[in-house]
Design a protein around this ligand. Structure first.
Ligand SMILES: C[S@@+](CC[C@H](N)C(=O)[O-])C[C@H]1O[C@@H](n2cnc3c(N)ncnc32)[C@H](O)[C@@H]1O
Length: 255
């Protein structure tokens, strides 16, 4: 289903609002301006969707189109391109202590791609992948195939529907508990955590990923998630309150 552009998205550009009460002409002008901004974005998103369906949107083309959209409009643009409905309610399969579905902001994902230096030769693993939005977006921005691990079947099924709408997407959603599955994704090179869980669960997954890091360098990207310290991980991104990218050092040559 194509979501309706419901006008709830914020506009960045527009005539400066004065403090006085606008008269009716100004109000109509503002509405007309806002509508034209929405129409422009909608048209741009629909063009990109056609390119994706025709398999004619390589990463540089997709990124140029996305970054030409005003920053505050990018989330809405991506939702429109990918025809993402509002996510289903979280279900009873979400274990107590695990975090419900919330999509990661597009601008954070752009920083993830840059700081983790994601390449087409990487395999991006979204640990707690929701409806597949972040995994699909990273794939479109970089060409890296993506795998999503999601415990809530309704969300994983929404991911599958996404891959069926866009057959060019190299994204494989897997239904299951990421604390059990993550360590078996030995082809993964980038593991992305938008705070799916913490505590013992996170400790276990990190211990499992250490085994992978003994065979290949991996990067671990954490959004809004303080990572427990591990001697085999070093920070690879500028300090930031919301995002940290770590690189494994187990295969580094001795100093
Ligand atoms: C904050 S959302 C992040 C969604 C997605 N990564 C994104 O950035 O758009 C956390 C997701 O992790 C999932 N999750 C929580 N615990 C999980 C677990 N043990 N195994 C797999 N998925 C889990 C939730 O169902 C939810 O979809």
């Amino acid at each position: 289903m194509t979501p309706v552009w419901d006008g709830s998205y914020r506009c960045t550009a527009g005539p400066a609002r004065s403090r006085h009460q606008p008269d009716i002409t100004e109000t109509v002008d503002e509405l007309r301006y806002a509508r034209s901004v929405d129409d422009t974005l909608r048209a741009s998103a629909e063009r990109m969707r056609s390119l994706l369906v025709a398999k004619q949107a390589p990463p540089d083309v997709f990124r140029a189109a996305l970054t030409s959209v005003p920053a505050l409009e990018r989330d809405a643009w991506v939702d429109h391109v990918l025809e993402l409905d509002p996510p289903p309610e979280d279900g009873p399969e979400l274990p107590r202590g695990c975090v419900p579905y919330l999509p990661c902001a597009v601008d954070v994902l752009l920083r993830v791609v840059d700081y983790a230096r994601v390449q087409g030769t990487d395999v991006f693993v979204d640990v707690g992948s929701g409806v597949g939005r972040a995994a699909a977006l990273v794939h479109l921005l970089t060409g890296a195939p993506a795998i999503g691990l999601e415990i809530q079947p309704a969300l994983a099924l929404a991911s599958r529907a996404l891959t069926e709408r866009f057959s060019a997407l190299r994204f494989s959603p897997v239904i299951g508990d990421a604390t059990v599955l993550a360590g078996s994704i030995t082809i993964g090179s980038i593991f992305f955590f938008y705070c799916p869980f913490s505590g013992d669960r996170l400790d276990k997954v990190l211990d499992d990923l250490e085994q992978i890091a003994r065979t290949r360098e991996i990067r671990i990207c954490c959004v809004d998630l303080p990572l427990p310290l591990r001697p085999w991980l070093t920070l690879a991104s500028p300090p930031a309150p919301d995002l940290a990218v770590y690189r494994s050092t187990l295969l580094d040559p001795p100093a």
